[in-house]
Ligand binder design. Structure first.
Ligand code: PLP
Length: 408
């Protein structure tokens, strides 16, 4: 099928404002069906969860619909989907819960390629338990995270391996199934950060080998909410710290407080929207979501290839990393300008790109780039076009050629 990007763009009202968004990695624009679903739920009679009255039943349905939608997105079971305010909050909950069972001498493996949300909660839980933290290193030249090193890092004492399915700094897609295999052979659990990877292609909890997989809806056209998926039996074996009167059921017992019911309506609508990205797709929502994200991935690859080629041949641009398998995300610097200056200059021209470390703290620290302000990040989402890439490259030409203005 031909990816009709004009049709897809029409579903995002914010694109009408004219900004050029190359910061999907920081958060995508919201699709119209999501906005409508949130507004409808907000305008309707919705009470706190209760089976006694209709508005209460609606809230129960909104929670169930969000779980079922995320399950279709990730290849999980609805009863294994824990909903929460952010991937960071959900990972902290899991880390505190698992960490409570760790003992001195136990080991945890984290990676220097990960966003800090899948590093610090584990490091701090390990510290609290007196457990040892072991670090997986990336190749500074390519940004790859070699899976072979886990053979050494994982031991009989390893309790958990935390790894990203896609780096939000270099786009690197590590060989998570191989890493998970090594971890499982030693009896360790695997927590996979899917926040950056899930928006860019079909995802399957089981094929990844993830025991826990986290994703944030605001990176895939939805609202600022997140979900963590696992086998319901996995959750059932865990006892989080929780309020006494709150539900002890799985997965509810891992969710704190009263959720935003209207935003949960937006989560389900976002998955339904992803299922429309390939208009020829048929079958279950799971099948249509996979087809939609595969179509989006093919389009993103074309747009990203153009961006990467343009950056690579630009004499003033340094690109960091060249991973073989990657999400459409790249970090770079422009000679003579601090990353924040480049981002601000691009921002003034209507281009939205992040700069700094974007919480890929260990990556930029290990690269020695934190001190200089990190890098500038361009990330492609399925509503981006080749024309937008050409305009960005032209603007970079103008800025880098502008000498004085960009010079420090
Ligand atoms: C790869 C990755 N992991 C985790 C997070 C944290 O997600 P949240 O903002 O939902 O806590 C982000 C956010 O940018 C991210 O890019």
């Amino acid at each position: 099928m031909v990816f009709d990007v004009a049709r897809v763009r029409a579903a995002y009202p914010a694109l009408g404002e004219g900004f050029v968004h190359f910061d999907g990695a920081g958060g995508t624009q919201t699709a119209r069906p999501v906005i409508d679903a949130v507004a409808t739920a907000m305008g309707a009679a919705v009470g706190n969860r209760s089976t006694a009255f209709e508005p209460g039943r609606r809230s129960l349905e909104l929670v169930a619909a969000a779980r079922s939608a995320v399950a279709d997105l990730l290849g999980a079971q609805p009863a294994g989907v824990v909903l929460g305010p952010s991937a960071t909050a959900l990972t902290y909950t899991l880390a505190r819960t698992l960490g409570a069972g760790w003992r001195p001498g136990d080991e945890v493996v984290v990676s220097r390629l990960d966003h800090d949300a899948n590093v610090r909660p584990w490091v701090q839980a390990a510290e609290a338990a007196g457990a040892t933290v072991r670090w997986a290193e990336f190749d500074p030249a390519t940004g790859e995270l070699p899976a072979g090193q886990y053979e050494e890092l994982v031991t009989a004492r390893t309790r958990l391996v935390a790894v990203t399915a896609g780096s939000n700094a270099t786009g690197t897609v590590p060989d998570v199934p191989a890493i998970a295999k090594t971890a499982h052979a030693a009896g360790a659990l695997v927590c996979v950060d899917g926040v950056h990877a899930v928006p860019h292609g079909p995802t399957d909890l089981a094929s990844l080998g993830a025991d826990f997989l986290v994703t944030s809806a605001y990176k895939w056209s939805g609202p600022h909410l997140a979900a963590m998926a696992a086998d319901p039996a996995r959750w059932a074996a865990l006892r989080p710290a929780k309020l006494l009167p709150s539900s002890d059921a799985v997965p509810d017992r891992f969710e704190y407080g009263t959720p935003s019911f209207p935003l949960l309506a937006g989560v389900a609508a976002a998955v339904d929207h992803l299922a429309t990205l390939d208009p020829d797709a048929t079958g279950s929502r799971r099948e249509r979501v996979r087809a939609g994200l595969a179509a989006a991935q093919a389009h993103e690859e074309v747009v990203f290839a153009r961006l990467l080629a343009g950056l690579a041949e630009h004499p003033a641009v340094t690109v960091y990393g060249s991973p073989a398998r990657r999400c459409p995300t790249v970090s770079f610097r422009v000679a003579g300008a601090a990353p924040a200056e480049t981002a601000a200059a691009l921002g003034a021209a209507g281009f939205c790109l992040s700069s700094g470390d974007y919480y890929a703290y260990e990556y930029f620290e290990a690269m020695g780039l934190r001190a200089g302000g990190g890098a500038v990040r361009a990330s492609v989402y399925h509503y981006n076009t080749v024309d937008e890439v050409d305009r960005l490259l032209a603007e970079l030409d103008r800025l880098a050629g502008g000498g004085e203005r960009m010079a420090r």
